[in-house]
Design a protein around this ligand. Structure first.
Ligand code: AMP
Ligand code: MG
Length: 418
């Protein structure tokens, strides 16, 4: 191709961020549920309602070590008629004037309705002396305190954390129906790239995106397969890698090759193999962000500039992976912050400037990480926020209030915050 023949305009419309997300979210759905052992289900989303099969606890039990007594029996001295340990059910009962020595977790003997702890008693020659009379039900865990048989204890859509998994184990579930986490393949493309262990020749650079994007995916708990070496800007080689990746994963992420250069092969290849739903987005960094569906699976073509690829991951890929996992909360929180310094901003795109947000007695203050070039990875190093500078507004003077998307905080929002 000669310079004259090179394309001057894109075939793809410039989408707003919300239109672009709309296209991604309507193309994707939570992965079909699978049954998994509880030990592999931490953090996954429940795909069935869990109904309690039995009440918990299944019997009234002592919640302190002490003596099981009748609370309406006013006698302070009682003869001890036996001892009830946890884990067995002896045929013991308590009557007026008697008590049974009992340990935490042991079933309450018939007749008893309260436990007086050892600390509030004295014992001598088979007789216990109470310092006080306990109230009805004191230090007793009644049947069904935690849950009653037949109750819906966890609804579909719940995220399984430690307490939820503990509850399932208590109910005797060993496996649970969940949405699996998507498996991801990541590949870098570019003739100038070499893997980190190779020596650079003139004109070459090391592939840093594979490492950075794999870390970004691993940080949100996803399994990643990363191509061991970058792929040349050769349409056949990229196609071969892409097809193989699609067979082994639920989502493919490429980096590089989505701009207007003569060797930018990824967009035309995705258009040949599937449907390109996003070709350009009015954001900075990340304008050439590409999204396509191939064989029913999503492919994100991220721009090659290291900051662009990570910001696109943060804004689009991470929420998409969460959506495919069945999670409801897709977006991290935003804070209102005030700018410590002037920021320059092009008014034709929403910009995500990297910053460190700190809190002081006046509220949250954002400090820029310096030059915001999308090739300058250092602008993201140590940053905890992306400052959202909206479309249609020019520069922002120091002291302006802007929204900061907090990239070090867990997701709390259902809806796109920018
Ligand atoms: P591209 O999107 O392919 O036009 O690449 C844009 C810029 O990002 C170029 O300067 C590339 O050298 C650089 N780049 C592309 N891929 C990577 C990568 N995997 N690691 C580091 N830099 C990259
Ligand atoms: Mg390239």
């Amino acid at each position: 191709m000669t310079v004259k023949q090179m394309k001057r305009s894109s075939d793809y419309p410039m989408l707003s961020i919300s239109e672009a997300w709309q296209r991604v979210s309507s193309a994707l759905a939570p992965l079909p549920p699978v049954r998994k052992p509880l030990v592999f289900a931490a953090g996954l989303v429940l795909a069935e309602d869990i109904i309690a099969r039995s009440s918990m606890p299944p019997f009234a039990a002592a919640s302190m070590d002490g003596y099981a007594v009748i609370s309406s029996d006013a006698s302070l001295e009682k003869s001890i008629t036996g001892e009830q340990d946890a884990g067995v059910k002896l045929d013991l009962s308590v009557r007026q004037g008697t008590a049974v020595r009992i340990m935490t977790g042991a079933p309450l003997p018939a007749g008893a309705d309260a436990v007086i702890p050892f600390e509030k008693t004295g014992e001598k020659e088979g007789v216990v002396r109470l310092q006080v009379i306990p109230k009805p039900g004191e230090n007793v865990r009644p049947v069904g305190l935690d849950m009653i048989a037949g109750e819906t204890v966890l609804p579909k859509g719940f995220v399984l954390g430690p307490a939820e998994l503990g509850l399932l184990a208590a109910l005797g579930h060993f496996q649970v129906l969940v949405h699996p986490r998507p498996r991801i393949s990541i590949m870098a493309t570019g003739n100038e790239l070499v893997a980190g262990d190779e020596t650079l020749k003139p004109g070459q650079i090391r592939d840093s995106n594979s490492v950075a994007l794999s870390a970004a995916a691993a940080a949100c708990g996803f399994d990643v397969m990363t191509a061991p070496r970058p792929i040349n800007d050769d349409i056949n080689k990229i196609e071969q890698a892409l097809v193989e990746a699609l067979n082994n994963s639920d989502m493919v992420i490429t980096s590089g090759g989505v701009s207007m250069g003569k060797l930018d092969m990824v967009k035309p290849l995705l258009a040949k193999l599937g449907e390109v739903l996003i070709g350009r987005v009015a954001m900075k960094p990340g304008k050439p962000l590409t999204f396509a569906m191939l064989q029913g699976k999503p492919v994100f073509g991220l721009p090659g500039f290291p900051v662009s690829s990570l910001v696109c991951f943060e804004l689009f890929v991470r929420p998409a992976l969460r959506l495919m996992s069945g999670l409801n909360l897709l977006w991290r929180p935003c804070l209102d912050v005030s700018l410590a310094e002037n920021l320059q901003h092009d008014l034709d795109r929403t910009e995500f400037q990297r910053a460190v947000v700190k809190s002081d007695h006046e509220g949250f203050i954002a400090y820029s990480t310096g030059s915001q070039s999308s090739g300058r990875l250092k602008s993201l190093v140590g940053a905890n926020a992306l400052l959202i500078l909206p479309i249609g507004r020019g520069d922002f003077p120091a002291g302006s209030r802007v929204k900061a998307f907090m990239i070090n905080q867990p997701e709390v929002l259902k809806d796109l915050p920018f």
